[in-house]
Design a protein around this ligand. Sequence first.
Ligand SMILES: *[C@@H]1O[C@H](CO)[C@@H](O)[C@H](O)[C@H]1NC(C)=O
Ligand SMILES: *[C@@H]1O[C@H](CO)[C@@H](O)[C@H](O)[C@H]1NC(C)=O
Ligand SMILES: *[C@@H]1O[C@H](CO)[C@@H](O)[C@H](O)[C@H]1NC(C)=O
Ligand SMILES: *[C@@H]1O[C@H](CO)[C@@H](O)[C@H](O)[C@H]1NC(C)=O
Length: 467
Amino acid sequence: MGESIFCFRKCRLGKIMGCIQLLLGSLVIIVSLSSLLRFYSAGFFMHDEDICRHFYGVSDVYDHFDIIALTSRVDEVLNKMDTLQDKIELIVQEMEKNKDQLHRSGISKLEYKRFLEEEVIKPLYSAHIALRQIRLPRVENMTIKEDPLINTFVIEEIRKYITLKENRHKKVNIYGTEGIYNTIGHACVSMKKELEEYMDYDIGSYCKDDWNIAQKLMINGCDPLPRRRCLTRASKQYQKPYPINESLWRIPDGRNVRWNNYLCRNYECLSSKNPKRGYTKCSGCFEMDKEELKWVANASLPVDFMIKDVLRIKSGEIRIGLDFGIGTGTFAARMREQNVTIISTALNLGAPFSETIALRGLIPLYVTLNQRLPFFDNTMDLIHTSGLMDGWIDLQLLDFILFDWDRVLRPGGLLWIDRFFCNRKDLDDYMYMFLQFRYKKHKWAISPKSNDEVYLSALLEKPPRAL
Ligand SMILES: *[C@@H]1O[C@H](CO)[C@@H](O)[C@H](O)[C@H]1NC(C)=O
Ligand SMILES: *[C@@H]1O[C@H](CO)[C@@H](O)[C@H](O)[C@H]1NC(C)=O
Ligand SMILES: *[C@@H]1O[C@H](CO)[C@@H](O)[C@H](O)[C@H]1NC(C)=O
Ligand SMILES: *[C@@H]1O[C@H](CO)[C@@H](O)[C@H](O)[C@H]1NC(C)=O
């Protein structure tokens, strides 16, 4: 403020007042532009429910319309204009006080230009842009249509992503729709700041090495994440993977992994003996001598079923399946030797699980627990799960997950729950969950894990459902 008053010392008051009037005039134009959006500005003086009644007299008008997001965006613009007006008024008052001084001195054209640019045009411009960004819904037959969430986000790249992409020439596409929606998880709204950081890049340039931010967003419910238009970085010394006859049971070449966002910088460091390995689940699963014993060596506990015993139940019938858990793909590797194709879910929780599975020559599926599985109904021969859904899981969430697995399993398909563990007192609840589908029980075993925890393993078969 002090500086801008200083610039005006040398100016004649009359001229200045003229200029200010001009500026305030253009402000008024903008304000009236915004009040054209009568619908929105009214939101400041009425309760949300009143808005629609006031304008439309019907209650179902704003069903698909994010009035809260829009209100906050308009708020933002009005605040900006308020601040600008206050500021300019203050300057004028100051000048009024120093009238005499102003009469004696003039203002240079350059100072005047700088003042206009810095103090007036810039803030006006940003208010203008913010107003432009508010996308108005179309009103069709008294129902309002807008792109969902569009007014929630300011970053242009997010807005472009979530906008409906209509087919060219108004054609209907192979899906029979007139356009394609890119989708994002609804929790992206509550992680706006992180999402904006993630989507802040130059189109076509190299992305930041920020898969960990992406994963954090996904795990917290911003899932699916928007796609990005930047180039993913790869390891500087990427080597070709080992041939398939070697890769299955060999720790991959560490140079093929970008280690920047892990605590460890190489595979040796991921050893279970290292207390600073950076991950807790499935410790030891980066040591092949331990992995080679799983599901084949004689069981130490009754809850450990052998692959050969499980496959014998449905000899030759088990061909494809899903391993839902956390690990380095050993289950899929063993099954591959039995000519069974298994897709392994993998999140990089502190260690390069996805990369490792892929480098072993197996398929990692980068999914969270949040989402419906990307498989069609009645398709999988087997779902194996271990190590992920232990006693922490909310019962309702577990219910949704189990029903989804049931959907995906084919009739006669096997659900193999492997070493699920929970507190002894919760066991009844979980048992009820697993048994509610009335699957045929091939194997069922419970053994103590510690004083108050128990392991549960089960091999269940989905019955036919001829309805
Ligand atoms: C509006 O509704 C009428 C009848 O309910 C329908 O004939 C007309 O096509 C609709 N218009 C639009 C734009 O949906
Ligand atoms: C893997 O196969 C290649 C040729 O396909 C062969 O040269 C190599 O010795 C094999 N490795 C092992 C461990 O069998
Ligand atoms: C597993 O145990 C059985 C007898 O219980 C034995 O015959 C077999 O050799 C053992 N297999 C391994 C791999 O240790
Ligand atoms: C897997 O398939 C190959 C080629 O068809 C066959 O030679 C092999 O015996 C099969 N392995 C098993 C365990 O069935």
